[in-house]
Write a protein that binds this ligand. Structure first.
Ligand code: PAF
Length: 276
């Protein structure tokens, strides 16, 4: 496996590659990332993964500075998983100019975007740049970041990028907690509490699947339960899988998305469901 830090070297290494499969990350890898590498390996070759903690997608007061940088351990995991190239540029390589062009995606101010202004502009911008640097045929993203995946699929479609998007199911701990690099921030007590989020999403999905269409009540009940247990809820929202907007009456493919803070850690999760 090669560790590459510059775009020039990356371009050289991939000059003859036509079926590259790409897994972009911010590092601090867990088994959810490795399952994306496995997914990528089933489609293309070579496998390229990037590690870049993207300043553009963190707002003021967010966890950019404390986001774990664990390059050596990440490389060991990626090599064991069969990754061929790790691309780890520094901020100057990624953003060499003072003024940065940025992508303004639709839905960037909805859901997580309403609480993290500029976040999805930052994500879409860095992913577009990474796509241009790596020029992959396939790119793999996890469904835990549901809104991110939705926005990036829209970007690929609307900018006519010749990339096939691969979607990885959310990896979970045995107690249901979605795997996330941020789980490491949780104290022991918070870690024991954290699975409540997915438990409540499952209950909410079950209510919808057994015929309850009072989505506002369902969102409210789950939010109240989190608030009673010490969380600070950003949102719990029943949305259409197709538009990520509020569902039309009778719409079948729904997703419940949630974001809430436990102590200093913001957790997100989601569950897809179909009304009875
Ligand atoms: O999901 C992530 O880890 C990041 O948002 C991504 C896609 C690597 C862009 O920085």
């Amino acid at each position: 496996m090669r560790l590459i830090h510059t775009v020039a070297e990356l371009r050289g290494a991939l000059a003859d590659a036509r079926e590259t499969a790409f897994v972009p990350t911010m590092g601090n890898l867990h088994s959810g990332h490795i399952s994306l590498i496995d997914l990528a390996r089933r489609h293309g070759h070579p496998i390229v993964s990037s590690i870049f903690v993207n300043p553009l997608q963190f707002g003021a007061g967010e966890d950019f500075n404390r986001y774990p940088r664990t390059l050596e351990a990440d490389c060991a995991q990626l090599e064991a998983a069969g990754c061929d190239i790790v691309f780890a540029p520094d901020a100057n390589e990624m953003y060499p100019e003072l003024q940065t062009f940025s992508v303004q995606p639709p839905l960037a101010n909805e859901l997580c975007g309403a609480f993290r202004p500029g976040h999805f502009q930052g994500v879409a911008t860095v992913v577009l740049k990474l796509f241009n640097m790596v020029q992959p045929r396939y790119a793999a993203f996890g469904k835990k970041d549901y809104q991110q995946l939705f926005i990036l699929k829209g970007m690929v479609r609307q900018f006519n990028l010749p990339i096939i998007m691969l979607e990885g199911e959310t990896g979970r701990a045995e107690d249901g907690l979605a795997l996330s690099s941020r789980n490491g921030f949780l104290s022991e007590t918070e870690r024991a509490e954290a699975p409540r989020l997915y438990r409540l999403l499952r209950e909410a999905a079950q209510r919808i699947e057994t015929g309850n269409t009072r989505f506002t009540d369902i969102e409210q009940t789950a939010g109240d339960e989190l608030n009673r247990n010490g969380w600070r809820v950003d949102y719990i929202a029943v949305r259409s899988q197709t538009t990520l907007l509020s569902p039309e009456p009778g719409e079948q493919d729904l997703v419940i998305l949630a974001a809430a803070h436990l102590g200093r850690t913001r957790l997100i999760d989601n569950i897809e469901c179909c009304p009875a």
